[in-house]
Ligand binder design. Sequence first.
Ligand SMILES: [Zn+2]
Length: 267
Amino acid sequence: MDRLHVLVVGIDGLRFDLATAERAPHLRGLVARGVTTWMTIPVPTISGPVWATLLTGATAAEHGISDNTFVGSRLAGIPDLLSRAFFADPTRSTFAAAAWPPFVDPAGIGPVIHARDEQRRAERHRVIARDGETYGYRTEDAEIAAFSAAALAGAGPDVSFVYFSGVDEAGHVYGAISRQYVEAISRTDAHLGRLLAAVAERARAGERWLVAVTTDHGHLDGGGHGGGEPEVAASFVTRAAWNVELDAWPDQIEPTELTPRLLAALG
Ligand SMILES: [Zn+2]
């Protein structure tokens, strides 16, 4: 039996209730195919601490990150999902792509996903970094999608994390109840569609795949996040599988459970 491949897609600042079938057909298709589990994000609902928790399993008190400056971060000693998957089985290949520099840029203030230079040189780990903070996420997310779809179709890494931030960017500038936020959802859903097409193609060849899509927080109707309002603190994990059964999760999990549960699925 071929080993299980896992792709985690992070969509920053996505309000699930606003990602309707009309606006987000690929995400809603995944919801229909799979299982959606709910999470309530603890305050502060800010990307830095929340993604660090989602991708390591550590609480904010443990990883020390309280905002997007990453001051006080103890991440250097806290391995991420990809690193843990590799150290559990060094034959595994991993891939991470993000246009928010703290995720993957070794020169930045993170990175949340450890750089693992040795494994990068050995081609067990690959990183695509872009800078959406400088150049805007509309173009940089599109590049992340293109490189990631190519990586999935080509190398087919064992464990991947791909991140998009255009939805959050639109939420901050225009608010969640805006044409621009909806358009950003649709653009990002098209990126997700490219990744899912690559996965489906590999699965047709017999590979076993698990895809999980999640977010770090929502947005106020007028834009913004950080507090505990229901529309901001609500998060989800939608999982769907190809050629393998999903393991049973409760309807609601803690953000700290995501990484250990995905590692358990990997076996
Ligand atoms: Zn934000």
